[in-house]
Design a protein around this ligand. Structure first.
Ligand code: SAM
Length: 369
């Protein structure tokens, strides 16, 4: 029977119902490929914990024994780890010596590289998180970011940190009509849903005359952000635990920042209305959100789509269903038309979408009164 697409994109071709023996071997390999990714991701997380990216990056091609001596670890365990990563072609192997590929070295061992990404390989989802998520299929209720615990907070913060450091001011704020010039003279910047605070820290360092406030409902995220701020010695940066609802008691923002947050919210409509009330008359609301095209078939153009939907289910959809009656947008649920409609309804008059080469995942929206 032909099946209806779930997003109104039209009728799909007839679906197959019989096993195709020619496809079966590939189907088996595809399933193991998924399992392979799971095991490798755990080994990569361990590599970060054990300091192995740094140890390998700083060394000439080495044997597992030499790496064991340098890292103070057991050779036999390291050898198996190296073999797994060599099989995955992240590590090169030649006559018993191992070295990271130059690409792996840049992406996993160089914190200054704009795509530095060990944070993607954060701790695996715990059994508790899986059980709570399974329960959500029955009850409808998901988990907040805070409820996921320290691992999710760390992963989320680490995932975007290098990108914000490299591009947030020179590319993104620079593209907002007149914002950089205005903020260089001072003003108020509020990062709402700031998570671990990297973007707020970058903005505070880049606009020393401006007062920067980061707010987030997660106590864990705010603790982390405050600890980093203490380290940085920035005097124009403060963090508060709070939500979009708290914008009403904060000063009007000249730049309001909402990065990778709106699709996570149970009540994005309330957030947009709160942003409209808070934003100063000539201010900018900078929103980053996933390049969703509005439905499964339209989204097939998005690279790593299965990763996007599965991560959404675990975190983003879950967060957006963490209150009864939550909107349930999830990572792929906020396409530009929908956001523009929401902002117009809240009274915003100007809506510009920016697309940057550095970020294949997000669009950046410049929203003004
Ligand atoms: C995907 S994380 C993004 C964090 C950060 N902006 C970044 O780009 O790394 C989403 C954040 O939204 C926060 N959040 C959830 N509900 C919120 C609300 N009602 N108001 C403000 N932030 C909220 C979560 O605690 C979480 O830190």
């Amino acid at each position: 029977m032909p099946a209806q697409a779930d997003d109104g994109a039209g009728v799909t071709p007839a679906m197959r119902t019989e096993i195709d023996p020619d496809r079966l071997p590939q189907a088996i390999a595809d399933l193991y490929r998924i399992k392979e990714g799971e095991s490798l991701a755990v080994l990569m997380h361990m590599g970060g914990q054990l300091g192995l990216w740094t140890a390998l990056a700083g060394a000439a091609p080495c044997t597992s024994g030499e790496l064991a001596d340098a890292a103070g670890l057991q050779e036999r365990w390291l050898r198996e780890w190296l073999h797994a990563l060599a099989a995955a072609e992240l590590v090169q192997h030649d006559r018993g010596r191992f070295a990271l590929t130059p690409e792996a070295e840049a992406l996993l061992a160089d914190p200054d590289h704009p795509s530095y990404m060990p944070g993607v390989f954060g701790p695996p989802v715990s059994v508790d998180e899986i059980e709570q998520t399974v329960a959500g299929f029955r009850t409808g209720l998901g988990m907040t970011w805070e409820e996921h615990g320290e691992g999710a907070c760390h992963m989320q913060t680490a995932m975007n940190a290098a990108k914000y450091r490299a591009y947030l001011i020179p590319e993104v704020v620079a593209a907002l009509d007149g914002a950089a010039e205005r903020l260089s003279r001072g003003g108020t910047i509020i990062d709402v849903g700031c998570g671990g605070g990297v973007a707020a820290g970058v903005l505070a360092a880049g606009f020393p005359e401006a007062a920067v406030i980061g707010i987030d409902p997660s106590a864990r995220a705010i603790d982390r952000a405050r600890a980093d701020a203490d380290h940085s010695g920035l005097h124009n940066l403060a963090y508060e635990q709070g939500t979009f609802d708290d914008l009403d008691r904060l000063p009007d923002a000249d730049l309001l920042v909402t990065l990778d947050v709106l699709h996570d919210l149970p009540r994005p409509d309330r957030a947009v209305a709160a942003a409209r009330r808070n934003l100063s008359a000539e201010g900018w609301w900078l929103v980053a959100d996933i390049k969703s095209r509005g439905g499964l078939e339209a989204n097939r153009k998005i690279p790593l789509l299965a990763y996007m939907y599965s991560t959404s289910l675990l975190y983003c959809l879950s967060s957006s269903l963490s209150e009864p009656g939550g909107a349930g947008l999830g990572a792929l649920g906020l396409d530009p038309d929908r956001l523009e409609e929401m902002t117009a309804k809240a009274g915003f008059g100007r809506f510009t979408r920016h697309d940057f080469d550095f970020d294949p995942v997000n669009w950046y929206y410049e929203i003004r009164r």
